[in-house]
Design a protein. Structure first.
Length: 367
């Protein structure tokens, strides 16, 4: 090790600045750099050796497959996972729906089944609708409003039909929404879901229990200027239920059969009374005309409730022929336990059918 003088200080300065010089430093640095280069060269040689071991067709095929896979990654994902797509595909969101058997699952609601299936059919078929489809279902408890909503979801969304759930079917219960004061939270949530898929179905239940004008928060989503024109909104409420029931009784007493009652007979009744309470009262949704149709649900007669009992035994309890097993006497017992107003219409529709059946079925039921 040699010490040398560097930048000699002035004579008055008694200190010397010593710089330590190491003649082997550059040699060691060169050796380190050379070693790193050797490692990199070995790695490159290994990679090339692997590539050269493949024939040209394999290499080309791999490159093409990777490119195609990247380009069509969304379509490949949609083959196995639910995704939002346009009308060019029928994989997850149906463009053609079968409606003929809907009346076999929704009992006593020929008006609702007829008008709703037509409107939904034309809306889903239209590649560029002018606005979202907005329907408002009205009638007493248990008459099929929720059931029809579910049946629509099953026919439109394959995943919902298979599992009872879909990323594109969103249901809100008004009694839960009303607990929060921040309406923007609902708007943000719906906005996020519609951004995810503009062909979504949004269902809001019990709107008659919402505060007045509550649903105005949805106006930007429902107008003609909305970017979500392909979506469907369905409101469910008990409002106008009494008015509908009274009108049906009046029409039947005047000699008109239930099956002959049509939408025009009830249109004014349901439209005028559905907006007198709840979230639609004094709402801009009404003054701006964004609700396409107010749909009346009729009260259920005994024969319709009996159909619900038989259907429940078949679907839920797997009885192939309920009139044989558990038998007609069992069905009669269930029917006798259900409350009817004036011995004509069910007070709770088919709402309590499932629990009544569970009460009368033997505990050790092999089915």
């Amino acid at each position: 090790m040699v010490s040398t003088l560097n930048d000699m200080p002035s004579p008055d300065d008694k200190q010397l600045m010593l710089v330590v010089y190491d003649p082997t430093r550059n040699q060691r640095r060169k050796k380190k750099i050379s070693f790193m280069y050797i490692i990199q060269i070995i790695a490159l040689i290994s990679i090339w050796a692997t590539i050269l071991a493949l024939d040209p067709f394999t290499i080309t095929g791999s490159i093409i497959a990777s490119g195609v896979g990247y380009y069509y990654k969304d379509k490949l994902t949609c083959m196995v996972k639910e995704c939002c797509h346009d009308h060019t595909s029928d994989k997850w969101i149906a463009n053609r729906m079968e409606w003929s058997d809907l009346s076999e699952e929704i009992f006593g609601q020929h008006i609702a089944v007829n008008v709703v299936s037509k409107l939904v059919h034309f809306h889903m078929k239209n590649e560029n609708p002018s606005k979202p489809l907005v329907l408002s279902f009205h009638g007493f408890t248990g008459v099929g409003k929720n059931h029809l909503s579910d049946m629509l979801a099953k026919r439109i969304y394959r995943q919902f039909n298979a599992t009872g759930a879909s990323n594109f079917v969103h249901k809100y219960v008004a009694t839960n929404l009303a607990k929060g004061n921040d309406l923007s939270m609902l708007a943000k949530d719906i906005h996020k879901k519609l951004d995810n898929c503009d062909r979504s179905l949004v269902i809001i239940d019990e709107i008659d229990k919402l505060p007045e004008k509550y649903l105005d928060i949805l106006l930007p989503f429902l107008e003609h200027a909305s970017p979500y024109k392909k979506s469907i909104f369905i409101f469910l409420g008990n409002s106008a239920g009494s008015n509908i029931n009274n009108k049906v009784v009046q029409l039947m007493h005047s000699g008109k059969s239930r099956e002959d009652i049509d939408y025009e007979d009830l249109e004014n009744i349901v439209t005028n009374n559905a907006i007198k309470m709840g979230g639609l009262k004094n709402s801009e949704l009404i003054t701006r005309g964004v609700v396409d149709l107010f749909v009346p649900f009729l009260p259920l007669a005994k024969r319709h409730v009996r159909q619900c009992v038989v259907d429940n035994l078949r679907r839920q309890h797997k009885f192939s022929d309920p009139f044989i097993d558990p038998g007609s006497e069992f069905i009669r017992k269930v029917m006798n336990s259900i409350e009817f107003k004036d011995d004509e219409f069910s007070v709770y529709g088919c709402r309590r059918v499932s629990s009544k059946i569970a009460i009368f079925l033997p505990r050790k039921n092999p089915h």
